[in-house]
Design a protein around this ligand. Structure first.
Ligand SMILES: Cc1ncc(COP(=O)(O)O)c(C=O)c1O
Length: 452
């Protein structure tokens, strides 16, 4: 393939052909770079629920970009808001300055978050939101004279991003192998998936209390006043949509309350309507102390992450400072970037005006019916689903993960973009998806699952 040219234009438009050599300099993240560059799958354009590849062929976007693009691609109001912002103020730091739209974005977001989470720290990604949350937790306990609280509890099969804190919190062996031990004091509970739950739709009925008591075991092992925080994704997304059994999150909340442990919900995937309500916290009726967010916060149009904290956590950290001094020595050059704030304001406004979270809740049944209709295909080993988020496993063939990789390529070639992790595939279409588009996605899935 080394001399062949790879089309990179959109059908009908000017086509810039890239040679294999021209693909070399970009080191792609989480990608099999060598094989990918020999046979790349590039996307050149997006609109609504559709994408177009480098040859101008149309695809359905079955994972809303990467759980980012809830309102569909290239939503004009968001594009225009970003463009107008860049023409007015392209950049100002938020260190000792900031700009009016950062407050507007925080106010809008606070209105959506469950009370009493009203204070928002901005960053640029889900990974940064997780590491920021870890630092807020530590700073909060320090401010209250509890410096001994330095153990974090998390879960197997969790994904909390790729910064050092998040890598250590994650429960994915491959991501952790080289770096996972760089942050000490991390304890893993069991994940919530069990073979008994195969093909159970929504929250599995059994096992919730027993699994949650792993947190109690951590308390017993490390001491009643040593655990700083417990991090959970309300639904573990990236590792294949693992839905908490009934009673699980409630019991985790109870144990956190009993032992002064902060509960952090990582809502990077579950936030902004994915579960059929504003946040997983709302769907499951359990309010954490801190929430991490990113992805659909800006509809994916700008990189942005955020950490929402309870009012008293903010107050404890800020009031502990002596005045005229920085209270929390943390932040990013691009925290609350004006263009990201403009994208967030436009996005959150559309979520509210168009009642997108309610729409997601209403569409969920049709979506889950359609996905669960695939359960009798021999290649399908399990299906899980909640809200507008569904995961299925293909039965492994040979080395674990290979069949999932083959599936992901075959689906793309058949016109469907979705995320896979190992032998798990995740379906999370834009929340504006129509029933006919769900049908078309499941049709492609059915055909490809029969052929791999
Ligand atoms: C729950 C969760 N936390 C954190 C992250 C990391 O987000 P980012 O890739 O924006 O750094 C992800 C990414 O998928 C995620 O699913």
């Amino acid at each position: 393939m080394s001399d062949s040219r790879i089309e990179s234009g959109v059908g009908g438009g000017p086509s810039t052909a890239l040679t294999r050599a021209e693909l070399e300099n970009h080191w792609l993240p989480f990608t099999d770079n060598k094989t990918f560059k020999d046979d790349p799958r590039l996307v050149a354009r997006g609109e609504g629920v559709y994408l177009w590849n480098q040859r101008g062929e149309k695809l359905l976007d079955g994972s809303a970009g990467l759980f980012t693009t809830a309102l569909g691609h290239c939503r004009p109001e968001i594009t225009e808001a970003v463009s107008a912002q860049l023409g007015e103020l392209d950049y100002i730091p938020s260190f000792l300055r900031s700009h009016p739209r950062s407050f507007e974005a925080a106010n809008l977001l606070a209105r959506m978050l469950p009370a009493p989470i009203n204070h928002v720290f901005f960053c640029n990604s889900g990974s940064e939101s997780v590491d920021t949350a870890m630092k807020i937790v530590i700073q909060y306990h320090l401010a209250r004279g509890q410096a001994q609280r330095n153990v974090f509890v998390t879960r197997d099969r969790a994904y909390h991003g790729v910064n050092l804190g998040g890598t250590a919190l994650s429960g994915i062996a491959r991501n952790r192998q080289a770096f996972g031990s760089l942050v000490p004091g991390i304890v893993h509970m069991r994940d919530t998936w069990d073979a008994d739950q195969c093909f159970s739709r929504g929250q599995p009925a059994r096992g919730g209390l027993d699994l949650a008591d792993d947190l109690l075991r951590a308390v017993r092992t490390h001491g009643p006043d040593r655990i700083a925080a417990c991090f959970v994704e309300p639904i573990a997304g990236s590792t294949g949509v693992l839905i908490p059994p009934l009673g699980y999150l409630e019991r985790i909340r109870e144990i956190c309350d009993d032992y002064g442990i902060l509960l952090v919900f990582d809502e990077v995937i579950t936030g902004f309507g994915r579960t059929g309500a504003a946040f997983g916290a709302d769907s499951f009726g359990v309010t954490p102390d801190i929430m991490t967010m990113a992805k659909a916060l800006t509809n994916g149009a700008q990189p942005m992450g955020a950490v929402g904290v309870r009012d008293d956590i903010y107050a404890a950290v800020v009031d502990a400072g002596p005045g005229d001094a920085v209270e929390f020595a943390h932040g990013y050059t691009f925290s609350a970037h004006p263009a990201a704030c403009a994208a967030a304001i436009a996005t959150l406004g559309i979520y509210e005006r168009e009642k997108i979270f309610e729409r997601s809740g209403e569409m969920s049944e049709y979506f889950l019916d359609s996905v669960f209709a695939l359960q009798n295909l021999p290649a399908v080993a399990d299906i899980r689903g909640y809200g507008m988020l569904a995961g299925f496993d293909v039965a492994a063939q040979g080395t674990p993960g290979l069949r999932g990789m083959r599936l992901q390529r075959a689906l793309f070639d058949a016109g469907l973009h979705i995320k896979t992790t190992g032998d798990a595939a995740i379906l999370a279409p834009p929340l504006i998806v129509e029933k006919s588009q769900i049908d078309a996605m499941c049709e492609i899935l059915r055909d490809v699952l029969k052929s791999i």
